[in-house]
Design a protein around this ligand. Structure first.
Ligand SMILES: Nc1ncnc2c1ncn2[C@@H]1O[C@H](COP(=O)(O)OP(=O)(O)OP(=O)(O)O)[C@@H](O)[C@H]1O
Length: 234
């Protein structure tokens, strides 16, 4: 089942302009859906509406009240003295499949985890959240989120501030969820090549491009996705 969004408008109270204007898109399962856009383009507003943080309007269909949605937002407020293992347990134990299971740092690993990732997992497992680097924190959270089963996953800039190896790992983990409905935003446009998903470019609240990565490069008229983005949003 896909999420269908038809002619969606959203204006915040007291705002002079609509944050979303006539947005019509299909968010498919079986592929990663990527929302691009400048700061203020409307990405978070769209995510909040899909997730129901802002009451979900009738223009968004394909999600039932009972459906489980995972929504990773920027800067989640957790106690800095919690250890990595506490945070991982908190997230993983919310999923029935981990009930009664003893969890170790290995639970966060993947079949393709290399030596660096194994060391990182061991390190963050025993480290306090407040002592982790922002990139380590992000890797921990997203690696935990990707292990739990949800119908819809929404990731707000999952690769922001992470090193190149962690970025590959995070994107691979997210790609493994593509049998579900997965939506993410990114400002790291070189992620697009690895993701190879459906791209939607939001500009001033409107969808001004939709297509795959090759179509994005063709439409943007360059081999560099950053140049294409600039060309398309100018
Ligand atoms: N609670 C709010 N009240 C009024 N206006 C808001 C509110 N939240 C966001 N906006 C406005 O709505 C527009 C879209 O904001 P949104 O946060 O969706 O952008 P974004 O694409 O997620 O940006 P970023 O890349 O910086 O995260 C912006 O003009 C913003 O100022």
């Amino acid at each position: 089942m896909d999420i269908e969004i038809k002619n969606l408008h959203h204006t915040y109270s007291k705002a002079s302009e609509a944050a979303l204007k006539d947005v019509s898109i299909t968010l498919e399962s079986g592929n990663i859906n990527v929302i691009l856009g400048l700061n203020g383009a409307g990405k978070t507003t769209l995510f909040d509406l899909i997730a129901g943080v802002i009451p979900r309007p009738s223009e968004i269909t394909g999600i039932k009240k009972s459906d489980n949605i995972l929504y990773q937002v920027q800067g989640m407020g957790l106690l800095p003295t919690l250890k990595g293992r506490d945070v991982a347990r908190l997230i993983l134990k919310s999923d029935f499949q981990f009930k009664g299971q003893s969890l170790t740092y290995e639970t966060l690993l993947n079949p393709d985890s290399d030596e660096n990732e194994i060391k990182k997992s061991q390190r963050v497992w025993d480290m306090e959240l407040g002592k982790m680097s922002p990139g380590e924190r992000r890797w921990l959270m997203i690696s935990s989120f990707c292990k739990i089963d949800r119908k819809v996953y929404i990731f707000d800039e999952p690769t922001s501030g992470v090193d190149p190896n962690s970025k590959i790992s995070i994107l691979n983990q997210i790609k493994n969820l593509s049998h579900r409905i997965v939506v993410l935003s990114t400002h790291n446009l070189h992620d697009l090549e690895q993701i190879n998903g459906n791209i939607f470019l939001l500009h001033e609240g409107e969808i001004i491009f939709r297509g795959n990565y090759d179509e994005f490069l063709t439409k943007g008229g360059n081999k560099d996705p950053n140049v294409c983005f600039k060309n398309l949003t100018n």
